[in-house]
Design a protein around this ligand. Sequence first.
Ligand SMILES: Nc1ncnc2c1ncn2[C@@H]1O[C@H](COP(=O)(O)OP(=O)(O)O)[C@@H](O)[C@H]1O
Ligand SMILES: [Mg+2]
Length: 346
Amino acid sequence: MNPNETPILTIEDLVVKFNLRGRTLSAIREASLCLYKGESLAIVGESGSGKSVFTKSFMGLLDANGWVDSGTIKYKDYDLATFKSEKDWLKIRGKEIAMVFQDPMTSLNPLKTIGKQVREAVVKHQGLKGNEATKAVYEILENVGIDEPQKRYKQYPFEFSGGMRQRVVIAIAVACNPEILICDEPTTALDVTIQAQIMELIGALQRKYQLTVVYITHDLGVVAHVADRVAVMYAGDIVEIGLSEEIFYDPRHPYTSALLASLPQLGIKGEPLYAIKGTPPNLFKKVEGDAFAFRNEKALKIDFVERPPYFKISETHYAKTWLMDARAPKVERPKTIELLRERSAK
Ligand SMILES: Nc1ncnc2c1ncn2[C@@H]1O[C@H](COP(=O)(O)OP(=O)(O)O)[C@@H](O)[C@H]1O
Ligand SMILES: [Mg+2]
């Protein structure tokens, strides 16, 4: 999608399934994505759309009842979709691709001091020992905005606030020198002011270490200012992808427009906030046509029958919707999107 660059990670037609009480659910349905070195990409979509499952499949972190059914995940010389053993994944996890989760306590050991946990990453991935390792830990803690690192080194996770714990998790992830940092709803559990600080910290570390960052969020508003590109996920597929401004000001898939229209920041004074009607399709069954058709008032006949391909809007912008087909009737842009465009033009 950025023809001048080679992607660092290329996912093609990925299918991920889960077995649940004898029945099979398709959580990811032939999703494709290219990730470019040094970019920040946001994956947005409602809860349950497959954001976590999609990215966990790049790290061998799928739950035991899940598997990659088909498709490829190319990273360097590997096809991660063929990885089976923990031994394979240890080459990738942390070192090449690292992940920060919503709840920092899932990544931190409550029984070990913060210093010890950061130190383990420093010893293992930077090969430092003794005093040098200790000094590196102090520096890393300061780097992520933790004051009094000498004192903090000796404290346990419970002595840290949620925001500070997330800073430590990010510090550990970055200390492993990964190429790609995946942040799965890193600020969802934190209050708004802390949210902004954590996003800022990730951005600063990205620039400093030239990381490739994937932000996962259900809230488009959080990533508006930090992501170069946005991928919109719906029912296990990426239905639209483009530069941030293309997604925000020129959305083409009706689901993307609906997501934008339901942003609280974009509410129109005096009118109730828009909410997307209906529920996503049942993934235990095969989805026919456009998975969003049943929730789309303007759906065409073909939307219920045939799955749309990607239509190209620009070199960087693609959307999987029949509305982009030359034969489709013209649909007016929702009012909120027009408002966004007007505001941005000022
Ligand atoms: N271990 C599991 N067993 C069965 N279904 C699962 C499992 N993990 C995830 N899923 C299903 O996969 C879909 C995508 O989930 P997830 O990736 O967690 O969504 P998101 O991160 O976008 O909120 C959901 O329908 C969810 O119920
Ligand atoms: Mg999730």
